[in-house]
Design a protein around this ligand. Structure first.
Ligand code: GTP
Ligand code: ZN
Length: 237
């Protein structure tokens, strides 16, 4: 496991934040190119999604029929289409990238104290049963001269949760993405979630919660920093 936060920033983010040794014109041109590329990508992905809709709709019609339902009854007439749109929404994170959402929101800031955004609600689908799991994400990081817009931390959590997931991977992906984008001194991510596949079916344990964590950099190396995060983020524990 990568236990530090010195990973290379992806080229596109680095390019986007170039601010030394280039003329304003070159930077503006690069920014315009990035914006144009993003717009193009977004509309390409939207049309891809639309072209898949009829296939998903047909698949849901088939599922309903195999459940013994009459797909011509009034209440179900538009259900396959609605369900197709819903599953596309639940998995929209496949079409989004960190670069898309970070936009211009990484700032130089002489701040090296812990930043925590906690109680971020997330909804995901367990990849084993395609059943929801949902809960709260707590994110902490210690900046290394760069901070990120606070909402972007929640957006990063959103990108990875809107995919078919296991909670462990979701936790790690959020932490690694912040690490790559900011190269901070450390990143801590904890997720507390309820898995409907353990509640509504299977073992049927109504009140079970799963807690996963990924600690990188100073959070891994220094127990006091880790403890400070856990006390601030999860005081009830
Ligand atoms: N580690 C991990 N396991 C998960 C997650 N979501 C669901 N699972 C588990 O995936 C496992 C799949 O086990 P299987 O035995 O193949 O499937 P199953 O027969 O439906 O299992 P039961 O849920 O026990 O009925 C179950 O133990 C689930 O609880 C997750 O995010 N992380
Ligand atoms: Zn499951």
């Amino acid at each position: 496991m990568n236990s530090h936060c010195n990973g290379k920033v992806s080229d596109s983010v680095e390019d986007f934040h170039l601010n030394n040794g280039f003329s304003d014109l070159i930077i503006d041109t690069k920014k315009s190119a990035v914006v144009a590329h993003r717009k193009h990508e977004t509309s390409r992905k939207e049309s891809e999604d639309e072209s898949r809709l009829p296939l998903l709709e047909a698949a849901y019609t088939s599922i309903l029929r195999h459940l013994g339902e009459d797909t011509d009854r009034e209440g179900l007439l538009r259900t396959p289409l609605r369900a197709a749109k819903a599953i596309q929404f639940f998995t929209k994170g496949y079409h989004e990238t960190i670069d898309d959402i970070l936009n211009n929101a990484i700032f130089d800031e002489d701040h090296e104290e812990m930043v925590i955004v906690k109680d971020i609600d997330v909804f995901s689908l367990c990849e084993h049963h395609l059943v929801p799991f949902f809960g709260k994400v707590h994110i902490g990081y210690i900046p290394n001269k760069k901070v990120v817009g606070l909402s972007k931390l929640a957006r990063i959590a959103e990108i990875f949760s809107r995919r078919l997931q296991v909670q462990e991977r979701l936790t790690k992906q959020i932490a690694m993405a912040i690490c790559e984008a900011l190269q901070p001194k450390g990143v801590a991510v904890v997720i507390e979630a309820a898995h409907m596949c353990m509640v509504m079916r299977g073992v049927q344990k109504m009140n079970s919660r799963t807690v996963t964590s990924t600690m990188l950099g100073i959070y891994l190396e220094d127990p006091k920093t880790r403890e400070e995060f856990l006390t601030l983020a999860m005081p009830q524990c």
